[in-house]
Design a protein around this ligand. Structure first.
Ligand code: UT7
Length: 328
């Protein structure tokens, strides 16, 4: 059986910081409400000239540098995003071009906030099957362009950024022990962008006037409870699959949906909250990109050490959820 490893990680956050106090200036909300309900203090906002592929390019170059590789070495480029530069060509095709990945095939994976875990699953399995050898798995979002800045229930959650990991066939490096992905199509109605697709609402003056192109959260407090359950299930699945228990895990790197969701997950799993890596206070929810950004920061700040057992987990629109266990 071939083995796959994460041999380099990278991330990029736009420079501009939008604090809760900045949001207070144009929306009926407070820093106190946002922080106590979500754990978020600030988020990054992309410059108007930056596209998702620009953020991903820097994150990817940092991951390639960490791996000691060049863009031309990559034979598979997968981009997880719900905010591609354009829907056609795919966001990954723009990124392939900007990076100069001349030997890679590139395509997008759309699984909302679970996107990175889904993309890692695809790369891991293609490498284990022998179809590819050197993959760049990237997730990037400019959520600030798809949220309705007049909708206080949801816009306060999101931010922009990108993360990447180089995943290769290798016995050395951080071993990807397993990946697990799940969906619940019927549940997808609760977190969606209703307009702009081929459904009954293609882009029109009317659909834009109604704001149907924006991300909508319907009964977000219900998905809050589902998220806690699915995060915990996904974690348990990955550790059990590998003959471990949750106590063996050194660090959980979850999608940063809401601090209270992550506290609920930790409680359900009976793990100390210190084992759950957090970036939510400074970056908010960057959909698919939160997991690889948090992973990269944990690698670089020494939270992940040689030998660490690291559990990645995510939940998001689709509904989608999943996990991956990695031995560093
Ligand atoms: O990443 C994908 C997965 N993420 C999710 O599925 C999101 C999960 N949901 C959540 O994170 C939380 O449900 C929210 C942060 C979206 C909302 O927090 P909540 O504690 O569930 O609040 P709520 O929706 O129950 O609203 C409570 C109150 C309402 O007022 P009333 O009806 O009690 O008078 C809202 O109108 O808070 C009000 N409210 C606000 N007040 C000030 C809602 N948004 C705001 C706001 N500022 N920004």
């Amino acid at each position: 059986m071939k083995r796959t490893a994460i041999v380099g990680t990278g991330s990029f956050l736009p420079e501009h910081i939008m604090t809760n106090f900045d949001i207070e200036k144009f929306l009926d909300t407070t820093d106190e409400w946002i922080f106590t309900r979500t754990g978020i203090k600030e988020r990054r906002i992309a410059d108007k000239n930056e596209a998702t592929s620009d953020l991903c390019k820097v994150a990817s170059e940092r991951a390639l540098d960490a791996a000691g590789m060049k863009a031309g070495d990559i034979d598979l480029l997968i981009l997880a995003t719900i905010t591609p530069d354009t829907h056609c060509p795919a966001g990954s095709n723009w990124l392939e071009s900007k990076l100069g990945c001349t030997n890679a095939v590139s395509f997008d994976v759309t699984a909302a906030c679970s996107g990175f875990v889904f993309a890692l699953h695809v790369a891991d399995n293609l490498i284990k099957a022998g179809a590819n050898k050197k993959a760049l798995v990237v997730a990037g979002e400019i959520m600030s362009r798809v949220v309705n800045w007049k909708e206080r229930e949801s816009c306060i959650l999101w931010g922009d950024g990108a993360g990447a990991a180089v995943v290769t066939e290798s016995d050395a490096g951080a071993q990807v022990l397993s990946t697990h992905i799940h969906t619940d199509g019927p549940g997808g109605e609760t977190l969606l962008m209703p307009g702009g697709g081929s459904k009954t609402t293609p882009i029109s003056y009317e659909s834009v006037d109604k704001g149907l192109h924006y991300l909508k959260m319907i009964e977000a407090n219900k998905s809050f409870k589902v998220a806690v359950t699915r995060f915990a299930e996904a974690c348990e699945e990955a550790v059990a699959f590998n003959g471990h228990t949750i106590e063996d895990v050194d660090l959980i790197i979850p999608h940063q949906a809401n601090l209270r969701i992550l506290q609920g997950m930790a409680k359900k799993l009976a793990v100390p909250i210190e084992k759950v890596y957090m970036t939510i206070e400074k970056y908010g929810n960057i959909s698919s990109a939160t997991v690889p950004i948090a992973l990269d920061e944990a690698v670089r700040d020494g939270s992940i050490k040689k030998g660490s057992l690291v559990l990645l987990t995510a939940f998001g629109g689709g509904l989608t959820w999943g996990s991956s266990l990695v031995r560093w």
